[in-house]
Design a protein around this ligand. Sequence first.
Ligand SMILES: Nc1nc2c([nH]c(=O)n2[C@@H]2O[C@H](COP(=O)(O)OP(=O)(O)OP(=O)(O)O)[C@@H](O)[C@H]2O)c(=O)[nH]1
Length: 139
Amino acid sequence: MMPAEKAPLLLVAACALIDPDGRVLIARRPEGKAFAGAWEFPGGKVEAGEYPEAAVVRELREELGVEPCERCLQPFAFASHPMEDGRHLLMPLYVCRKWDGFPDPKEGQEIAWVKPHDLSRYALLPADIPLAAELRDRL
Ligand SMILES: Nc1nc2c([nH]c(=O)n2[C@@H]2O[C@H](COP(=O)(O)OP(=O)(O)OP(=O)(O)O)[C@@H](O)[C@H]2O)c(=O)[nH]1
């Protein structure tokens, strides 16, 4: 798909937590949010003046109550995807294998630990589909 010309960028940062069995944590967007019911990688919008790694740490804390150390966030891939509202999504995806705490959904979202091969069985957000394929092929 060709990105639209001159679309404002939306910078979102996301993270695939990976457990010792190689499973990836995905979360289901709760009711009330855009794309409710779709599965995604934990993360969110990068705020003004924030850098992406800090946004990931903040969002993992807010959404799941886990504390990754920033240096455990490994850049893995990115999504570049036109959005329905005319903006263009740019989303770095990090992977992280070490964090403090147990993931506990703080926003009523469902979570699942999924083998990379099985990610395609979930209704992922469209921008995440190529990322899931990369996780399957490269993890
Ligand atoms: N967190 C996250 N957002 C994603 C992913 N894939 C993807 O297209 N997005 C899009 O990126 C945007 C992130 O917004 P968000 O609503 O999660 O961010 P946020 O928590 O900061 O939102 P808020 O405005 O409700 O506080 C949404 O448009 C969402 O659809 C993903 O894997 N994880």
